[in-house]
Design a binder for this molecule. Sequence first.
Ligand code: ADP
Ligand code: ADP
Length: 233
Amino acid sequence: ENVIELKDIKKIYHIGGEDFAALAGITLTIKKGEFAALMGPSGSGKSTLMNILGCLDRPTEGSYKLSGKEVAHLSDDELAVTRNQRIGFVFQNFNLLSRITALENVALPLVYAGVGHKERTQRAMKKLEAVGLATWAHHKPNELSGGQRQRVAIARALVNEPSIIMADEPTGNLDTKSTKEIMAIFESLHEDHKTVILVTHEPEIAACASRQLLMCDGLITRDEGKGVVMDVV
Ligand code: ADP
Ligand code: ADP
């Protein structure tokens, strides 16, 4: 079952009268349950690709099938609906709202989805329990450590039962101990057959994934996993 099917995806920017391909033709399939790490030097196109995969932006050319549905040409509103239903995001800076509790932060995607208060609270609490933070449910983010904040953010990313969890440098602001805790959570998501895509600069983090994708100049130049190495370009 393919969660993601990209076919010859290009993202062209017009800079000073010239065309620049931030993505130069990416073809990529990611199956349900894969845990993929995306690596590559600054400027290689990782953010641009993640923005398209996360339905935050559209490609200039090419096809993107998300769970079998073509999403490359959706309007902004349709893209937003798809994003809210199918994608969970985890950020380097956690992106929690500081004035509400951990539980309310986790429940927020369900507010947008129109789920009632009681069900929202129950579902959010379950996800907080799953990341070991039930006792912190009624605390605000500034009362939590960095690692705990990121666990709240992961619970929030999961609460809608998304098709994909996308994480951009999720351990970039964490110490070694918290990094290990967060990576253990991603590994357990992988064991639960969740689909995870993670951007990282750190080889040790990438090694936790089941597949390593390397980008260079807007292309995937290496695709490595399950003992198979492919130099794509
Ligand atoms: P990475 O995340 O790997 O650092 P990016 O996807 O941010 O790479 O950028 C890839 C290339 O596309 C870079 O050369 C960047 O300057 C360019 N780029 C990204 N976004 C834009 C934009 N909105 N307008 C013009 N150029 C962009
Ligand atoms: P990252 O730390 O993820 O690599 P970047 O510094 O590459 O971030 O990009 C930050 C934001 O600025 C992104 O949203 C990207 O689309 C935009 N951007 C990057 N390069 C350019 C550019 N040359 N012109 C306009 N916007 C850009």
